[in-house]
Design a protein around this ligand. Structure first.
Ligand SMILES: [Zn+2]
Length: 158
């Protein structure tokens, strides 16, 4: 079933979820950390209510993330509250890498929101960028592109 993602203009995150995300990210430095975002996606906005860490089992966790398969599948089996995923970029800006975009095609169908966070060196906190996942069906008819894309959105802490 196709969701009307194009209407979700804004991403909101509960303050408690943002705090847990920051704590988890900073705790795992210098490794990349990752997790899922639970909440609701409705017309106009995506509300993130909870952050759930997932173990990063990438062979090179300094530069990549791979969800622990059993932990990840639990959330995929209950997709009704799964609204997005998050991972960290410990050594670079919170901007999607080519690898992030390639992997997005594997699970983009399940998700609405995509967050990336980076440590803010000066204040022991994190910088979060939020992106809306644009599904291939919403691309212009003249555009030949079957990939999922990410569109930067406003992130508001509620
Ligand atoms: Zn990345």
């Amino acid at each position: 079933m196709t969701k009307l993602l194009v209407r979700n203009e804004e991403v909101l995150i509960h303050a408690a979820a943002a705090r847990e995300l920051a704590t988890h990210t900073l705790l795992h430095l210098p490794h990349e950390s990752c997790g899922v975002l639970l909440g609701t996606a409705a017309a106009g906005s995506i509300q993130i209510e909870k952050f759930h860490p997932i173990r990063n089992v990438a062979p090179d966790p300094l530069h990549a993330f791979t969800f622990h398969p059993e932990e990840w599948i639990k959330f995929c089996l209950h997709p009704e509250r799964l609204v997005g995923i998050v991972h960290s970029h410990p050594h670079s800006q919170p901007i999607p890498s080519q690898d992030d975009l390639t992997k997005l095609n594997g699970y983009g169908q399940l998700l609405d929101a995509y967050l990336i966070c980076s440590p803010n060196e000066s204040s022991n906190s994190i910088i979060i960028h939020s992106y809306r996942i644009i599904h291939p069906s919403f691309h212009s008819k003249t555009e030949i592109n079957d990939n999922f894309r990410l569109l930067r959105t406003q992130l508001t802490v509620t």
